[in-house]
Structures are given as C-alpha cells and as structure tokens.
Ligand binder design. Structure first.
Ligand SMILES: Nc1ncnc2c1ncn2[C@@H]1O[C@H](COP(=O)(O)OP(=O)(O)O)[C@@H](O)[C@H]1O
Ligand SMILES: [Mg+2]
Length: 419
C-alpha cells in the first residue's frame, strides 16, 4: 500500500452523498478508486456486493480487480467492477432479455443489407452507423430523430435507415453495443421494480474516467443513483482536460456540469499532484492546458525530481518531414545515447497517421511494430495491391507464385480453368 496524499485520502474516505474528484493525469485517480473500494469494505464494513465500480476500458477493470484481490482476497470478486458496456450486458441477460450481439464487420454487413433493401446508394454504411450511434449516444430514438430533422431531406433519409436498421435487428433479436446501453437505460427508467432492486443493491457507485461518459451513459447512471439515502454514496473522478471521446458524443459537461445533470449538491475535491511524469513534462502540459476555455481551475503540479529531459517541440513542414524528424531522433537515441529500438515508442492520434511514418521507418530500416490496429501494409486492400505489384514486377519468382495464390480470386472472378 502507498501513502496517500491529503486530497487522495479525503477522496478515498468520502462517505454518504455525492463526491466529484477533479483530477489531472497521473494524480492517482485509478489508485483512489481501488483504495476507496478497499476502504469501504475494510474500514466502513460495507458489503462488497453493494459496490459498483464502472470504468471505460476492460484492461482498466481487470487491472483494478487484480489490485483489489491482492488486498481483499475472496471478497474482491463480490465487488461489481466492470466497463459500462459489460455491466449492461450482464444486466440485460440477468433480467431475462434474449439477444445476440451485433458488432464489428457483422454490423457493417447488416447495415449494407438494410441499405440495399431501402435502395439507398449514396450513403456509406460506415457513415450511417456513425450517425445512428451518435443519436443513440444522446438517447435519441428513431421517432425523436425524425422530429429533430423534419424538413432536412438528407437526415430524414438517415432516419429511415435508422428505423429500418432497428426493426431488422429487432426481428433477429440482435443488439449492437449502443443498444446495450439504450435498452438498459429504458428498462431502468420504465420498470420501477427492477430499478428499485438495483438501487437497493448498489449503495456505493464509483465511476473512473467520468469525462468519457456520453449523455446516454449519464442518464443511465442517474437512474441507478437517483434517490439514494444515507449510508450510500456516488463518487466519480475524471479530468475534463482529457476527454478523448468527444467525437463519440461524450461531453466535457459530464464533469463540469455534473451537479446540474444529477440535480444534487456534491463535494468537490481537486487532485492536482502528478506522480507519473517529470517536472519538465508537467510544465509543458500545464502551459498547454491554459488555452482551454471551459475548465475547472486546477494547476498541474508534481514533486518528482528534476531528472527528466526537456520537452522538445518541433515544427515540421508536412507529414513526411515530421516522419523524417522522428527517424532522426530515433537514430540519435540509438546511435549516440545507447538506447535500443525497443525502448522507443512513437504515439499518434489516429491510426491513419501511421502510414507516412511506417513508410519512412521502412525506408530507413528501422524495425517497428504497430501496437494496436492493423499496420498499413497488412490491410486487406493494401496487401492485395502489393501482391498484384509483386506478380507484375517479377512474375517468375517464388514470391510472385505465393502472391498470385493470394490474389487469384480478388476481386471475385469466375475462372473456367481450375487454378
Ligand atoms: N500518493 C502516492 N504516492 C506515490 N505514488 C502514487 C501516489 N498516488 C499515485 N501514485 C502512483 O502514480 C501513478 C499514477 O497513478 P494512477 O492512479 O494510475 O493515476 P491516474 O489514474 O490519475 O492517471 C501510479 O504509478 C501510482 O502508483
Ligand atoms: Mg487512471
């Protein structure tokens, strides 16, 4: 166990009522969530099964479970600790709803079928799925969608797609990921006995990374916590500066206007001491954060020692130039400063930005792996095209034979001769 600082301790010890922890990156939010659960069980004698902890990634949930198990042993497994989607999945199954999940490629194919049926040719499935998902993230159902966009012919068409998609899914007992939330919300809102049961069960609700909640999630959570009395608490922590899912309908308002959404006064605690980074990095972040318009005033600080390198900011002409600078830096670290390639990570904001970087890294023979997502050269279409080029470039080679085998039926063609 680590020694918590005063603010962390206050957040961990909070009992009865609503508490919002405004925090900066690396200030111990996740640590506080884990310590809070331990504290509730060990110090306040709260039954572990009455604690619900919600996080945003599965890896965060499982990391927390592990840390809890170390201290609470068997009791840890009685705490409900899950992603919001995971919670909803269990909720719906427990409440007897029968369905299969519709996700990923299946979802795209499903929507393509809907488009075909409606004879819509000018809207791509990805685009329709995004609009439908955005509507659901804001708890907007088909009827409300149609009302909202009355008179807008394009969006009305989108609404028809939304309607057909929903009804086809219903016929086949399918739910997409947004439906998990939407349906859970509706059940909680409309079925009092179920709502009461869950409110009664989960007396202590804890939310990590609250800045990433979308309006639908907020409504859902509100159903779970609304009328709590004594010996219960609702506690959330987050950092409105790092809301990364804003394109997804999640809103910074989740934290900033929390009191308004939940219609109750809350205790506010600011945790602004960063434990993770060197002062050099913290200072640059603080300077950057000053430019945000909507914010809770908090200063990013650290007591870590001055042993970090200075942050270097480079302006580049274009993406190619940027990639070259990255490669130069990598060679500098490896050749002059004794690091190996595996010590170095390059971060980018969106997957498509990796392409130029990959090109330049390959050109300079820097070994690399793309950590998540598919490398540009591994993408289905790109792999196909490269195989075509291999065959054209050197048709008699073994490589070309292999390539030909990969592409002989891409795109689908019917050949009279068996290959
Ligand atoms: N009071 C503390 N003393 C020492 N280290 C701490 C303290 N609080 C947090 N840490 C460490 O700081 C790091 C960041 O904590 P974490 O809980 O992941 O922050 P956040 O979730 O806010 O990003 C972790 O390595 C954690 O162990
Ligand atoms: Mg965290």
């Amino acid at each position: 166990m680590i020694a918590l600082n005063e603010r962390q301790q206050e957040a961990v010890d909070f009992m009865d009522g609503c508490c919002i922890v405004h925090a900066v990156p690396g200030s111990g939010k996740t640590t506080a969530v884990v310590y809070r659960i331990i504290n509730l069980v060990k110090k306040y004698g709260v039954p572990p099964e009455s604690i619900l902890g919600l996080t945003f990634t599965r890896s965060a949930a499982s990391a927390m479970k592990e840390r809890l198990a170390d201290v609470l042993g068997k009791r840890a497994s009685k705490v409900t600790l899950s992603t919001i989607h995971g919670f909803c999945l269990h909720f719906l199954r427990r409440e007897g709803r029968k369905f299969d999940l519709l996700t990923g490629k299946d979802q795209v194919f499903f929507l393509k079928r809907v488009l075909k049926k409606l004879k819509v040719k000018d809207i791509l499935p990805g685009m329709a799925l995004r609009d439908i998902s955005l509507a659901k993230s804001n708890a907007i159902d088909v009827d409300e969608f149609m009302d909202l966009y009355q008179g807008d012919s394009f969006m009305t068409k989108m609404g028809e797609i939304y309607r057909a998609y929903e009804s086809e899914k219903k016929d086949e007992l399918l739910l997409d990921l947004d439906d998990l939330l939407f349906m859970t919300y509706r059940v909680l809102k409309e079925e009092e006995s179920i709502r009461d049961k869950y409110r009664h069960t989960y007396r202590h609700i804890i939310i990590d990374e609250a800045q990433d909640t979308n309006p639908l999630m907020q409504l859902l959570i509100r159903e779970l916590v609304q009328d709590f009395g004594s010996e219960s608490s609702f506690w959330l922590c987050g950092d409105e500066m790092q809301a990364i899912f804003s394109f997804n309908g999640s809103s910074v308002a989740a934290i900033l206007e929390f009191t308004r959404i939940f219609e109750r006064p809350a205790k506010r605690i600011v945790m602004d001491l960063n434990y993770r980074s060197s002062p050099e990095i913290v200072e640059v972040c603080q300077n950057l954060m000053r430019h945000n318009v909507r914010k809770i005033d908090k200063e990013l600080k650290t007591m870590n020692g001055h042993d970090g390198d200075r942050v270097v900011i480079m302006e580049c002409e274009n993406q190619k130039d940027e990639a070259l600078q990255v490669v130069n830096e990598i060679f500098d670290l490896v050749n002059r400063r004794g690091y190996s390639f595996r010590d170095i990570a390059v971060l980018y904001r969106a997957n498509f930005q990796a392409r130029v970087l990959e090109e330049v890294l390959s050109e300079h023979e820097v070994p690399y792996k793309v950590e998540s997502g598919v490398s540009f050269y591994e993408r289905y279409e790109v792999r196909g095209l490269v195989d075509y080029l291999r065959v054209i470039h050197n048709p008699d080679s073994d490589e070309a034979d292999l390539a030909l085998r990969n592409i002989v039926n891409i795109p689908n063609v019917t050949s009279a001769e068996p290959f």
